[in-house]
Design a protein around this ligand. Structure first.
Ligand code: C5P
Length: 235
């Protein structure tokens, strides 16, 4: 299956995000709304983007007691996002509650896809072991958390493109991997460490490629998006 591109709309205001989308003139995109944009604009920004025919991954990374996550997910289901997420560190009971909340709030419609963050890509081996007090290899912890997410009934995880194959092998082919840290050849890595090109991420089995700055900060964002699309459409 060909992966889909999700453009990270990391803009501080709805106005900036919507003018960026205007560049694409009627084309239907899949975009990611993160905390910055959601906290400044609220649910109306998701509804405005959806009204333009786009799909939305609402990246709010919920992590709280099961009851709170369940009731919050019920509200988020009514906002109309196509994908939402939680931290796998909240545990299996919390993740199950998240799925229940989404199902409760999605009356009459398919519930949004729900994925889990395993370990943040900003967390390295040393921080995980000595600061977070989680023993073992980072890769093993990522896989164990992915299995917890699968057991809880989630649809997939956020991970690095380099972990997609191992996660598919350790869960199932249909368990989705959503991978940030994508860069076109020659683009700056910025604060990402383990980056992959769209073509390489596709080869390694990513289901969704989250691409921010390589598109949003390009001189010509529409052209940069087309280059990414060509890379994943070339067999
Ligand atoms: O600009 P760039 O392509 O690095 O943007 C990647 C996007 O993916 C950002 O919105 C970032 O917050 C998000 N993300 C990430 N690593 C994760 C989870 C989300 O980079 N583990």
């Amino acid at each position: 299956m060909k992966p889909e591109i999700i453009i990270a709309l990391d803009f501080p205001t709805g106005k900036k995000a919507l003018s960026f989308l205007d560049l694409f003139e009627g084309e239907q995109l899949y975009v990611k709304v993160g905390m910055e944009l959601f906290y400044s604009e609220g649910p109306s920004i998701v509804r405005a983007i959806k009204a333009g025919g786009h799909k939305v991954f609402l990246d709010l990374k919920l992590h709280d007691i099961p009851n709170t996550v369940k009731s919050s997910m019920k509200v988020l289901a009514s906002v109309g996002a196509d994908m939402v997420n939680v931290h796998a560190a909240g545990g299996i009971r919390m993740m199950k509650a998240a799925v229940e909340g989404l199902e409760d709030g999605s009356t009459g419609a398919a519930r949004p896809e729900i994925i889990a963050v395993t370990q943040l890509t900003s967390t390295d081996q040393e921080t995980m072991n000595s600061e977070l007090k989680i023993n073992g290899e980072l890769r093993d912890v990522v896989l164990a958390y992915a299995r917890n997410a699968q057991e809880a009934g989630l649809d997939g995880v956020v991970c690095s493109a380099w972990e997609s194959e191992e996660i598919h092998a350790g869960t199932s082919d249909s368990f989705i991997t959503v991978t940030p840290g994508i860069r076109l050849l020659g683009d700056a890595k910025g604060d990402q460490s383990r980056v992959a090109t769209p073509a390489r991420a596709k080869e390694m089995g990513s289901d969704y490629l989250v691409i921010g700055r390589s598109i949003t900060k390009a001189d010509d964002p529409v052209k940069a998006y087309r280059i990414c699309m060509e890379e994943i459409n070339n067999d």
